[in-house]
Write a protein that binds this ligand. Structure first.
Ligand code: NAD
Length: 497
């Protein structure tokens, strides 16, 4: 497609979603949630073909594809059960200074919003964001990654609800189409992808003052203290690092193990990683599939070679299986330091550097020594230590004695800080992220004149000063004084000049 065609494509998509938004404004949250349920049911009916699509486009194992499916449907159920409650008008208190009035907050849809997705979880990220935005009353332009577009899958699911089919435009293209869509000024951009692209999007959006949420790259640390259950910590590290071949934004990419258990831990880790089964098109009996894209394979290889050239050792893995198919052994590296690319940069592949630490302070320092701040996990038998470390880590979420589990609970929002960006997905915060709040103060349609309105007179001014004393000074009869001075002020305010 030429640049002009891209712009036209973007203009048409955004234009049709602006019209769809006008239509959506006539619907209630409950109506929209009923439509959403129809799509969820279609997803359940089509589970097997969805899993096949994820396997063929992403190279996932059957179990990884099903895990992606579970998380997606679980979020839809959460929305169906809870969105109405959190999008409903919210009554809030009105202070004594505004006696007789009522206050509330409304949460409204924004308009036609743009969701741009990466290639690693093309079902989960797309569906959870699209349906959150729709539940809030937005029409959505959705641009999947050109690497794993799942062409036709969304259209097929959306056809279960005519309203949803009209309210979501799925557009296919690369970054150029993404830029063209931003030039059409969506009301909001929800972007998930790399830090480099996130920064480019933030710069472009700044010109139009479009609000942007950025869910970007990660380099998640896992910290294992010597009081942790070793079997559980090893199993968690292996899954956390290698699920979907490490191509998860919150994969364990740095493993810090207390020095007193470092050798014993590594021995078990080696055994567990060697036992992993890697195969394409499995029937539920493989742990790892292939890397999704060849450039990811090249990054993972570069990180291993850089580490080895600087003195690191390969504890397990390190060999190619079949580069042409994206098959690469899960690899654990020791003898690492912070100058190595596998520690400093996001790998997004099956490479796990393991490093020792002496004590809690050092573990926190090392874990925080990263430009990224997505998630972290802490394994310890000491509950107070778990809380202290979780509090000190510069990340958006922490799993304690678990790994990557914050995203398993729809009540918990997901996101990061530092170069991982800003904004939150899912949870109440991620739901309301697709709304604009409107704040309402309601008074009676009476002839009363407010104390802060004109005319300003000497008498009224003196009464205001008395009212201030009554309001803000500690006094045993404070409320009575406020009531008396307030009533006087009220009476004075009704006089004409
Ligand atoms: P990417 O940044 O290359 O692409 C993401 C999307 O942005 C694609 O749809 C792409 O077409 C589009 N795009 C590219 N350039 C654009 C531009 N200038 N304007 C608008 N859109 C543009 O990322 P990727 O390689 O698809 O995904 C991998 C990255 O995503 C990793 O860094 C990973 O950590 C991150 N990720 C983060 C999260 C999270 O929740 N924090 C989740 C999943 C993936």
């Amino acid at each position: 497609m030429t640049t002009e065609n891209q712009q036209e494509h973007a203009r048409l998509a955004m234009g049709s979603m602006r019209s769809a938004f006008a239509n959506l404004q006539k619907t209630t949250v409950r109506q929209r949630l009923r439509e959403l349920a129809r799509v969820r049911q279609a997803m359940l009916r089509q589970r097997e073909s969805l899993v096949e699509s994820l396997m063929s486009e992403c190279g996932k194992t059957r179990t990884d594809a099903n895990i992606e499916f579970i998380g997606t449907v679980d979020w839809l159920l959460w929305l169906e059960k809870n969105a109405d409650r959190f999008l409903r008008d919210e009554k809030v208190p009105t202070p004594i200074t505004l006696m007789g009035k009522k206050s509330k907050i409304m949460y409204e849809g924004l308009g036609a919003v743009l969701i741009i997705a990466p290639w690693n979880y093309p079902l989960h990220i797309g569906i959870t964001q699209i349906f959150t935005a729709f539940a809030c009353g937005n029409a959505v332009v959705y641009k999947p990654s050109e690497v794993t577009p799942l062409q036709g899958v969304y259209e097929s699911l959306l056809s279960a609800s005519p309203l949803l089919a009209q309210s979501v435009a799925v557009v296919y293209g690369n970054g150029e189409l993404g830029r063209a869509l931003i030039d059409e000024r969506p009301e909001k951009i929800f972007f998930t992808g790399s830090t480099k692209t996130g920064k480019a999007i933030a710069r472009q959006a700044a010109d139009y003052l479009i609000p942007v949420d950025l869910e970007l790259g990660g380099k998640d640390p896992m910290v294992v203290f010597d009081t942790a259950n070793l079997d559980r910590a090893v199993a968690a590290a292996v899954w956390g690092a290698f699920t979907h071949n490490g191509q998860s934004c919150s994969a364990v990419e740095r493993l810090y193990v207390q020095d007193s258990i470092y050798n014993a831990f590594n021995q078990r880790l080696k055994t567990e990683v060697e036992a992993l089964v890697q195969r394409l098109d499995d029937s539920g009996d493989a742990d790892l599939g292939r890397l999704t894209v060849d450039f990811q394979y090249r990054i993972a290889r570069r990180h291993i070679e850089d580490a080895v050239s600087k003195g690191a050792a390969i504890l397990v893995g390190g060999d190619e299986i079949d580069a042409s198919q994206g098959l690469m052994q899960p690899t654990v590296l020791t003898g690492m330091d912070a100058s190595m690319a596998a520690v400093a940069e996001e790998t997004f592949g099956p490479v796990l550097p393991v490093m020792p630490f002496a004590d809690e302070a050092e573990a926190i320092r090392l874990a925080n020594d990263s430009p990224f701040g997505l998630q972290a996990s802490v394994f310890t038998g000491d509950r107070d230590q778990a809380d202290r470390v979780a509090q000190a880590l510069e990340v958006g979420g922490v799993s304690i004695n678990n790994v990557n589990m914050v995203e398993g609970n729809p009540w918990l929002s997901f996101g990061g800080r530092k170069e991982t960006g800003w904004g939150r997905a899912r949870g109440v915060e991620g739901l309301r992220a697709f709304t604009r709040s409107k704040h309402i103060l309601k008074d009676a349609n009476s002839g009363a004149i407010e104390a802060n309105w004109y005319p300003y007179t000497q008498a009224k001014h003196q009464q205001i000063v008395r009212f201030i004393h009554a309001l803000f000074e500690n006094h045993p009869l404070r409320l009575l004084r406020v009531a008396i001075t307030g009533l006087h002020l009220e009476r004075l305010s009704q006089r004409k000049r």
